[in-house]
Write a protein that binds this ligand. Structure first.
Ligand code: A2P
Length: 275
């Protein structure tokens, strides 16, 4: 079953193909129950971030699940405004403490710039923060390191000025959103792509064209969206706080034909709304 399958990162670390997303999931019972439901149903990959404010609940659910820590792949991310060496060190230690873990599977720079100032040039700060992450990686406190929301120009800077080519770039990726430039760049350098917002934060679910494909396979629109990203060799990170949907999102052991993949590739546009 696909929920038990893994990809292998460039450093040999295995990463489960489907992860549970937790963006906008509230700290406390909501995140705790969502993560526990996912783990109960076979998920072994949980994606959180300092900026989500829910690391404590994620860590508590992982511990309470009774599943050995080493069987669960947990990602967190350095807050987007932290662009110094000392700041990154401090923040990573805070993450470990919040999760109550003695190591983390994957730590990412959340964005190339602060969310409050998107587009700002933080080349120098990204290098400084990443160097702190490299140190923790070399000491064994992090199994893999990388970035999120990085475009080729941001990656060029990092690769030119640091030692370890990022193992992962986590980007927003879903049917309709053209990420081919970044994906091709990453494929050439063996940087693994994780896909956040695989359902377009839910807005893709009302897409009639995807629904037509879904009906053909007797699957839900969500399942087509997730399966599409798997067939693109990326790791989708669907978010849900509803156990039935968490279960539905892992039941993607079917194959979308080449013809239907080509059709899904013709869908263009980003339906996300932020209001
Ligand atoms: P909920 O958490 O109430 O299940 P994305 O992963 O692209 O960010 O999308 C997440 C959104 O899609 C959330 O609003 C989530 O709501 C909803 N969602 C997740 N899985 C499904 C599903 N299988 N069917 C319908 N809605 C879903």
């Amino acid at each position: 079953m696909i929920i038990n399958e893994t990809y292998t990162l460039s450093n040999g670390i295995k990463i489960p193909k489907i992860g549970l997303g937790t963006w906008q999931v509230k700290e406390g019972d909501e995140v705790y129950n969502s993560v526990l439901a996912a783990l109960r149903n076979g998920y072994r990959h949980i994606d959180t971030a300092e900026g989500y404010g829910n690391e404590e609940g994620v860590g508590r659910a992982v511990r309470d699940s009774g599943i050995p820590r080493e069987e669960i792949f947990v990602t967190s991310k350095l807050e987007s405004h932290i662009k110094t060496y000392e700041g990154a060190k401090e923040a990573f230690l805070k993450t470990l403490k919040a999760l109550q873990f003695d190591y983390l599977d994957l730590f990412l720079i959340h964005a190339p710039w602060p969310w409050s100032n998107m587009g700002q040039n933080c080349d120098e700060g990204n290098v400084l923060a990443y160097k702190a992450m490299e140190e923790f990686y070399n000491q064994g406190f992090i199994k893999a390191i990388g970035v999120s929301n990085f475009e080729p120009k941001h990656l060029d800077n990092l690769i030119a000025n640091t030692d370890i080519i990022p193992h992962v770039n986590q980007i927003g990726y879903f049917i309709g959103l053209d990420q081919s430039v970044t994906i091709n760049y990453c494929n050439e350098r063996n940087i693994f792509i994780e896909a956040y917002s695989p359902l377009g934060i839910g807005y893709l679910l009302s897409n009639e064209d995807i629904k037509k494909v879904a009906d053909k396979y007797n699957k839900s629109t969500a399942q087509i969206c997730i399966r599409y990203l798997l067939q693109k060799n990326t790791a989708p990170l669907p978010k849900s706080v509803n156990e039935n949907r968490i279960i539905q999102n892992k039941e993607v052991d079917f194959e979308i034909s080449k013809e239907d993949m080509d059709f899904l590739d013709t869908i263009k546009g980003d339906p996300r709304r932020w209001d």
